[in-house]
Design a protein around this ligand. Sequence first.
Ligand code: SIN
Length: 495
Amino acid sequence: MTSMQPAYDVIIIGSGIAGLFTAMKLDSNKSVLVVSKDELKCSNTNLAQGGVAVTFNPHDYNSHVEDTLKTGFNHNDENRLKIMVEEGGSNIEALMSMGVHFDCDADGNLLLTKEGGHSKRRIVHYKDTTGQEIIRGLLEACLEKDNISLKDHIFVTDLICEDDQVQGVKLIVNDRIESVYASKVVIATGGVGGLYEHTTNASIATADGIAIGARIGAEVADMEFVQFHPTALNKKDDAHFLISEAVRGEGGILRNEAGEAFMERYHPLKDLAPRSVVSKAIIEESNKQGNQNIYLDVTHLPEDYIKNRFPNIYIKCLSYEIDMIKDLIPIVPVQHYMMGGLKTDAIGRTNIKGLYACGEVACTGVHGANRMASNSLLEAIVFANRVAEDINVAEVIVPDLKKSFEAIDDSSCIKSHTYKQQLKHIMSEHVFIFRSKHDLIYALELIEGMNVDLSKKCNSQEAFELRNMIFVSKLIIKAAIARETSLGSHIIEGE
Ligand code: SIN
């Protein structure tokens, strides 16, 4: 039976943009373990379509900051936001130097698109599969480096922590739990989409990072701010494929069943209003006439342009017999992103010594109460770089190796899959776009009432995930109960 090397300098949990960019930015003399609980390319980054918002010209920094503040309902940490905007350009250049491509014109200038909340074109992209291209480039670059070990299908059950200093991780290898030590651990596990029935997130997004961090005392922040993307494909049998906001950025128009472009009645920015505003408007518009369908219309755009700019979305829609060149695309808001998460400082440190977080799992505060489109990948690279810089100069602590193996106990039988479905249903029914205190308290009671005996030893990855999902759902609900008025993506019914 193979087991893991007992210790590394740095362990990174998650192989999306934040995890892989951190690995690449660490000095080559550091031994680095990157683990993914699924295939290495299975991440929210890999599904990202729109692009990365970035401002190269210092004269434009202010407008990027201002747009993000407006979209985030001024709940943002302005200092961190400035850092993100000012350091964006150099990190995009670093990403490109690692082999990642973005669309360029014939002269080699980056092509820029626009999305909701942005007052100008500032989003670099690779057709409508930007995330896939980023992961391809970063994985290839990591594989070239001798100091980085990439391991797939390894699930981290818990962090090892003593005296508020992280010591390593416990992970499932070959059906047993092993301890692997490192004095620096970076959580980059992505989001919480798995808490909902309908999400644009990858299947790995079961809130693990927030749970394992918070269980050892890492602080969380802004947990009530869950983002719902306005335009997922509305086909009931599908996992709600994302129709990128870039489609509206390039001229797509939302229409109701009567064909009316209704967004002008809801916000001056119309179809490119902040996501929380558009999602709310779609639900209200649909409810007004008894659950009528809402559509995205690009039929006025040139056929060649649609096929070249959005090839992935075009083909996906065709597979549902929707030809977006002549048909309206039925859409619906679904869970998309988590603004809250493990609270970090400006260099990605949590309050636990040696424990860092970056990417969607972290709450740096840059997004405020509603993230602006394509700022997530930007945040991920800027703060991943800062994490790596901090680790590169940190004192080297040799971990105290106390190698242990625990067999996974098969005797307990937590019906994890069924409980997961129940939990997703509760979150989707009661902790969705419109919330009420009464409903939130009811959701909490329902979760408590599920009677999942988590004191029994978990007997599978699915059971460990369920434990994490329950833990984080409660954090979200409790934070939502505590915020009594609407702000950004946290919308109290009737306000
Ligand atoms: C999209 O392409 O609409 C998603 C991009 C993002 O979440 O920033």
